[in-house]
Design a protein around this ligand. Structure first.
Ligand code: COA
Length: 241
């Protein structure tokens, strides 16, 4: 069950999991985009139009999907703005989607997780450990997601539920990078800050998600796994700052 699954990284995760035979539920706000994604994923996919900021809507969607082996919390929001160009409501919108949305999804899914053996993966970003100018809302939200991940791993470990995060750097073909790298010049500056000198492909993030929820990772919990070409190593230079 994947929130934010109608586009970007989480659609890529849904595709890969469906290819591996999973019955896939995707939750997203925009019903039209959701329908398109469900069509593209094929017969194993079911769509749920609900906003992760709405606890009851998310809980109802999860309950109608049924028992869950793998939960991916990926719904996220972003826009570049300096703190002085961001209203309190703009800051709150991102905190609510990313952090409260992850809490809502995990909290509401807990009773549906197949235990032992269930796995939760949240899509963070290297913003959780690294400050970026123009990204105060996302940095604060993702740092919260990383810490929520650790607390959930502590609390739910005894039930055999593993809880991990993936922290991508810049990823090609995502709404986030369309917003953060709108020109070739900005894109080139971002690439220069990545030790591997390129953006990730969505499939590379999806492969990491597949690993984390597979038996190959069954002793791994509470980690924030950077899948970022080393970009967290090179300082807060995204956006050419
Ligand atoms: N610069 C400054 N403020 C902005 C902004 C921008 N580029 N875009 C939105 N905001 C502000 C709005 O002005 C509003 O604040 P206000 O009420 O004080 O005017 C606040 O953010 C909420 O905007 P709204 O459009 O009502 O919220 P929403 O819930 O529909 O959208 C966002 C949420 C703002 C995160 C929007 O960017 C979004 O829907 N993103 C989803 C897709 C996405 O970002 N994907 C990338 C994930 S990495």
């Amino acid at each position: 069950y994947i929130t934010g699954g109608s586009s970007g990284i989480c659609f890529g995760i849904a595709e890969l999991f469906a290819q591996h035979g999973a019955r896939v539920g995707i939750q997203a706000r925009n019903a039209a985009k959701l329908d398109e994604a469900v069509q593209a994923l094929g017969a194993q996919a079911i769509g749920f139009a609900a906003d992760v900021r709405d606890y009851d809507a998310t809980a109802n969607a999860l309950a109608s999907f049924g028992p869950i082996d793998i939960l991916v919390c990926g719904a996220a929001g972003n826009f570049p703005a300096p703190v002085t160009g961001m209203s309190a409501n703009g800051f709150k919108a991102v905190i609510d989607i990313d952090l409260l949305g992850t809490f809502n999804t995990c909290r509401a899914a807990h009773q549906l997780l197949r235990k032992p053996g269930a796995s939760i993966i949240s899509i963070s970003a290297n913003h959780g450990s690294q400050p970026y100018a123009l990204q105060a809302h996302v940095c604060a939200a993702k740092a919260g997601v990383d810490m929520l991940n650790r607390v959930l791993a502590l609390e739910w470990g005894r039930e055999g539920v593993r809880v991990n995060c993936i922290a991508p750097g810049p990823v090609d073909g995502t709404e986030g990078m369309r917003r953060l790298a709108p020109t070739p010049e900005i894109r080139a500056a971002i690439e220069q800050a990545v030790p591997l000198r390129r953006f990730a492909q969505i499939s590379e993030i999806a492969e990491a998600a597949l690993f984390l929820c597979s038996p190959a990772a069954e002793y791994i919990t509470g980690v924030v796994l950077p899948v970022d070409g080393g970009s967290a190593l090179s300082g807060g230079r995204l956006l050419g700052q």
